[in-house]
Ligand binder design. Sequence first.
Ligand code: FAD
Length: 455
Amino acid sequence: MSGDYDLDLFVIGGGSGGVRAARIAAGHGATVAIAEEFRYGGTCVIRGCVPKKLMVLASRFSDDFADAAGYGWSVGAPTFDWRALVAAKEREITRLEGVYRTNLEKAGVRVMDGRAVVEGPHAVRLLSTGEVFRARHILVAVGARPSLEPEIPGGELGITSNEIFDLPEQPRRILVVGGGYIGVEFAGIFAGLGSQVTMSLRGDKLLRGFDEDLRDRLGAAYARKGVALRFGTTLERLARDADGAIAARFSDGSSGTFDRVLVATGRKPNTAELGLETAGVALGAGGEIIVDGYSRTLVPSISAVGDVTNRAALTPIAIREGHAFADTVFGGTPRMVDHEIIPTAVFSTPEIGTVGCSETLARQRTGEVAIYETAFRSMRATLSGRDDPVYMKLVVDARSDVVMGLHVLGRDAGEMIQLAGVAVTMGATKADFDRTVAVHPTAAEELVTMRTRAR
Ligand code: FAD
């Protein structure tokens, strides 16, 4: 700690990015405090990745029961208890929250509860006690929140991903507004749990920005599962029925009745009323904090990492940015995070794993692109005859032979893409894939056995 300051670092926000930065900075010998206004672990642990994945896993048992019967098992009519799932999920995230807090304390970080706001380039106020701390550096890691926009009549009847994890009852009929990854994942969860699912989205396909073949095939798989897809529509109004249900009207004149309406149309950085403007921190048009490659704002003593900077809103990115910040400022090793190649999964059912360029983007970036692709039914579903599609695609720069993109739809796609992501990050060529011996019989072996160029 130096001279006029109480602390070397004050971290605002106890989520993925803030917690990592605080622990690493403390490990480098800095005196660090962190404040969290809700629950330690942040969005990912409390109301994002972790509870979402638990619910995805729960939803897939319906397929597993169907497959089991195909293998000779006699399975009685399975029943599902939503409240039991919510309670089990709550126990697990409470455990994780405790782990986060303990790890911070073990690292020597001063852990505070309550909202913190910036009061100057070196000053942070903890609102729960009114205390003001003078810190040599301030790290803003406050994340983002779901936005309920656009505002429509009856919009307050909708809920967001913040509320969905703790609903008292499983909705029998649910409308999901928005076709991004969060909307797609919850549609898959509730379809698997047996709810009637309707999706309303402005575009003509799910998952804008993803490879077109993934988008087409996921849409087709969802339609076959019975998800009602209303493409090219926006929600115009919601109203409460006499019997307590929610009546929805859409822009194409159609309507529907639902028990719950999940609005998953986007997220906004948590920068409102944080005191950033008074300290001179510049915000972008969407409220995100503008930073350079080292996560520095225009104010030298204030940095920002994670969703609040709207670079790539994913937990591993927030963690890397937090870690790189701490190494740069307190560890004497300046590091930037590469946002170019990001392997990622969408936990829809069927699942998606993707890394690198979509075919469309590859065609824009390079002269000639070679596409290799394969589609089949997963082996697991062959005996049950269940619909369980698998699709794989390699996008290759035809001149250099470098694999620019790799896309998988199907069971365990997320697990596959983590490993395939190593090869793509290393700049592997198609020839490298070809000389890799297949692991047989697996689905992933198809990634190294595609020999015929599709286009
Ligand atoms: P957060 O984790 O949001 O943490 C910010 C913290 O700051 C919060 O705890 C908040 O309460 C606190 N805070 C805000 N303002 C203040 C203040 N003034 N004072 C004190 N505390 C404050 N990413 C993946 O990689 N994989 C996934 O599968 C995935 N699934 C997701 C599913 C859902 C439904 C959602 C919503 C997100 C998902 N994400 C996923 C994204 C991931 O959760 C975020 O990218 C990640 O949590 C960002 O970390 P962060 O540190 O920037 O912010």
